[in-house]
Design a protein around this ligand. Structure first.
Ligand code: ADP
Ligand code: MG
Length: 311
């Protein structure tokens, strides 16, 4: 029974690479596609594409799970507190492992602050809302500040040096580097007790390197591949993946760019939870859940203080 696309009959390494690059990274994605579509997107001959789609559909048929199994899978998901009870409640208890959570919003809405806070909080013991784990921080904009980690650690009464020692920071210099780093993580997460991977920001390099609508398809394809990579990482290693995405105040000005037009939902076709952030008065911020299947729609207010994210 094939578990991923490389195990489908007729899919060798080169074909697998083409499929993944075109966004067909899972058996599910292939099973719901048409052979024509796959042939066109990947350059694989139509006949081969037909065989691959057939075997993907066959493989899926045996993938029934009982509702109880689904429940057990859900129960095995673990959560990291954000530091705000209200925000945790909105998220159904906190940031989940085995899942991508996207924070999107304008500049200064607190996306980076939340990423810093989670990198600290993941280290807390389980009864304090943490996972006793370490964090990886992929910084694409150069906005990571160890000084802020120090403040947040003090705010929780933790030893700042110990906390900083458990956060692995790396600056991603371009989109290619960003994706190569995540590839590397598949080896790293095996050995170390990493429970959180932050990508702040997911989209900035991709936007800069593929500007305008004429580059949109290429950009989306790469972003899709990156997201699938992150999704696998989350599922295989039981880590929480948190990504940020800066969007413009007036998406209507940027129509033609679907990621802006739909409110910046680049993760729209990947599983995950999307949280929109908005500024409110002073240090208050508003968080709103955008179409999460298992969470009620709603919004809440939290604060960014000297000591980090709070109610
Ligand atoms: P973005 O969404 O662009 O990533 P940030 O997460 O960088 O936004 O949020 C920046 C905001 O966080 C600042 O405008 C400020 O309100 C707040 N902030 C940053 N550092 C501190 C601090 N040391 N004390 C209090 N608030 C802070
Ligand atoms: Mg930021």
């Amino acid at each position: 029974k094939p578990k991923d696309i490389t195990e489908l009959p007729g899919v060798g390494p080169t074909t697998a690479e083409k499929l993944v690059e075109s966004g067909y990274a899972t058996i599910e994605a292939i099973a719901v596609a048409t052979p024509q579509e796959i042939a066109q997107a990947t350059g694989i001959p139509l006949q081969t594409a037909q065989k691959i789609v057939d075997s993907a559909r066959q493989a899926l048929e045996i993938h029934f799970k009982t509702a109880l199994e689904l429940k057990k899978e859900r129960m095995s998901v673990r959560k990291i507190t954000t530091g705000s009870k209200a925000l945790d409640d909105l998220l159904g208890g906190g940031i989940e492992t085995k899942q991508i959570t996207e924070f999107f919003g304008e500049f200064g809405t607190g996306k980076t602050q939340i990423c810093h806070q989670l990198s600290v909080n993941v280290q807390l013991p389980e009864d304090k809302g943490g996972l006793n784990g370490k964090a990886v921080y992929i910084d694409t904009e150069g906005t990571f500040r160890w000084e802020r980690i120090e403040q947040m650690a003090r705010g929780l009464g933790l030893d700042p040096d110990k906390v900083m020692d458990n956060i692995y920071w790396i600056r991603a210099i371009n989109s290619h580097h960003q994706m190569a780093i995540v590839d590397q993580l598949f080896d790293m997460l095996d050995k170390d007790n990493i429970r959180l991977v932050v990508v702040d920001s997911l989209t900035s390099h991709f936007r800069a390197e593929f500007p305008g609508r004429e580059n949109l398809a290429a950009r989306q394809q790469l972003l899709n591949r990156h997201l699938h990579q992150l999704m696998r990482l989350a599922e295989v290693y039981d880590v929480a993946v948190v990504v940020t995405n800066q969007v413009m105040a007036r998406p209507d000005v940027f129509y033609g760019d679907p990621t802006a037009a739909v409110g910046g939902n680049v993760v729209a076709h990947a599983p995950g939870i999307r949280v929109q952030l908005k500024k409110s008065r002073n240090n208050k911020r508003i968080a709103r859940i955008v179409d999460a299947p298992h969470l009620p729609e709603g919004e809440t207010v939290f604060a960014i203080t000297e000591y980090g994210v709070r109610d």
